[in-house]
Design a protein around this ligand. Structure first.
Ligand code: HEM
Length: 448
């Protein structure tokens, strides 16, 4: 059986300059194969020292037990700041806590039920956009995931004029900034000048102007009592239980920008890889198609419980191709990890990519096996070594949302389409802002 594609690892020993060059090109193939067996690895550069922690108890310590001692570094996401401002993705400490107190209630279980019809509509529209023949599927899943976000957040489809402009604006933003990949998440030495290109700044300004229009219109509709009951209304009308403050329009623009970016890039990546895996493994594909057929034309939220295998396929795609492959934190005080002193200021790298394929934790880590989650060993790994949404208080607020969206869209697409890989076009994973394929993911589509 063909294994799912994995990037080649770099040679064991390379000099610093070569490493930095490889790293800048792609953070995944810049790593040595031994990281798939390591519990921790130290990277020394003249500018900073970083530690990749690759064992469950250390990951728990940083993300769950003492997260406030390991904030996001101020330089993390430097390339994103013109677009995201002071959004929840970039803040730390009290500001971040306050923002999460307002955002989290919008994603609670009951709200997911309310957003479900909008997700179904987006999934049906995505299937209707496809046609027979060879297609690049990442572009399709990006379109679909952006549609889900606009419909659930602002009750407008992607065809809406402003929504369509925001979607293409984001694409331009990413193109205008070649370093908008994970290498940009690694802090540069303090003396190195940083600048955002004029084009990047201009496209960030344009996107923010569009989002400002959407939020200002919504604020007016809320005041007039005519606002739809969607995620934007919920977030804009929720007061922080501790201070009584709501998000103002400016602050809401930062949050909408991150919802759009974090919510559509990630889901699009996961969906595209899941579809590729189904094309590669026709037996699994037929099992998903059978669940999708039983799911019916107009599914209700409670029907999601019928998609058990489809959900495990989506889980397995998130294991093999975690959309956020690495996360970086900063140690604020001296630590001792695995008998090594970690100085304050060190970078702590958590790598879902390596943890999810760890040879000492997972059975057959490089094999696609959605049924593993039905076994005791698979469930134990799910608890200990599976963090596609991160974990602890800074866990992705959209995790529950994404675990409905992913299986739902897979089912709605597989109900109508049969997928085949295209000869000679196996995708090579690379880390851009999320894990994408170097030259796209190509599939041949047949109507069922
Ligand atoms: C398959 C889909 C998704 C994956 C794999 C994913 C993964 C992640 C991960 C790993 C983080 C933590 C990043 C870090 O700490 O450095 C994160 C944060 C975040 N995600 Fe998601 N996400 C997904 C979908 C969504 C959706 C649908 C939304 C919103 C609608 C969303 C909104 C956010 C936000 C706002 C944050 C920042 C949270 C904070 O820092 O407190 N994500 N996501």
């Amino acid at each position: 059986m063909t294994p799912p594609p994995n990037p080649a690892s770099r040679p064991e020993r390379v000099g610093l300059l070569r490493y930095l060059r490889l790293f800048r090109r792609d953070i995944l193939s810049a790593q040595p194969a031994k990281l798939y067996r390591a519990k921790m690895a130290e990277f020394r550069t003249p500018f900073f020292r970083s530690y990749l922690i690759n064992q469950p108890d250390l990951v728990d310590l940083v993300l769950k037990e003492r997260p406030m001692d390991f904030p996001k570094s101020g330089r993390v996401g430097e390339g994103l700041r013109p677009l995201l401002g002071e959004s929840v993705f970039l803040t730390n400490g009290a500001d971040w806590q306050r923002q999460r107190r307002i955002i989290d209630p919008a994603f609670e279980g009951g709200r997911l039920r309310d957003t479900f019809p909008a997700m179904v509509a987006a999934g049906k529209a995505a299937s209707a956009r496809l046609s027979e023949g060879v297609t690049e599927i990442e572009a399709q899943t990006s379109h679909a995931a952006a549609d889900v976000i606009f419909r659930t957040l602002f009750s407008i489809p992607i065809e809406h004029e402003v929504a369509a402009q925001v979607f293409t604006g984001f694409r331009d933003y990413q193109r205008s900034q070649p370093v908008l990949n994970l290498a940009a998440f690694v802090p540069l030495p303090g003396w190195m000048p940083r600048f955002h290109r004029a084009r990047t700044k201009a496209s960030a300004r344009a996107i923010r102007a569009l989002i400002t229009r959407l939020t200002a219109d919504r604020a007016a509709a809320i005041a007039a009592g005519t606002a739809p009951d969607d995620l934007a209304t919920k977030i804009m009308t929720t007061a922080d239980p501790e201070t009584g403050r709501r998000f103002g329009t400016g602050e809401m623009v930062d949050q909408v920008a991150i919802f759009f970016l974090a919510g559509h890039e990630t889901s699009a990546s996961a969906l595209a890889w899941a579809l590729y895996l189904l094309a590669l493994y026709p037996d699994a594909q037929e099992r998903v198609a059978a669940e999708a057929a039983a799911f019916g034309e107009n599914p209700a939220f409670s029907d999601m419980s019928k998609l058990t295998f489809t959900r495990d396929v989506f889980r397995e795609a998130l294991r093999l191709y975690p959309p956020v492959p690495m996360m970086v934190r900063q140690a604020t005080r001296g630590e001792r990890f695995r008998n090594r002193d970690v100085a304050p200021g060190s970078q702590i790298v958590i790598s879902p990519w390596h943890l999810h394929r760890h040879a000492l934790l997972w059975d057959q880590p490089d094999t696609f096996d959605p049924d593993r989650y039905g076994t005791e060993a698979g469930r134990a790994c799910l608890r200990a070594a599976y963090i596609p949404f991160s974990t602890g208080p800074r866990v992705c607020p959209g995790a529950g949302f994404a675990m409905v969206e992913g299986p739902l869209l897979l089912a709605l697409l597989l109900k109508d389409w049969r997928l085949e890989p295209v000869q000679g076009r196996a995708p090579v994973p690379v880390a851009h802002l999320t894990v994408r394929a170097k030259d796209g993911i190509w599939l041949r589509l047949h109507r069922r």
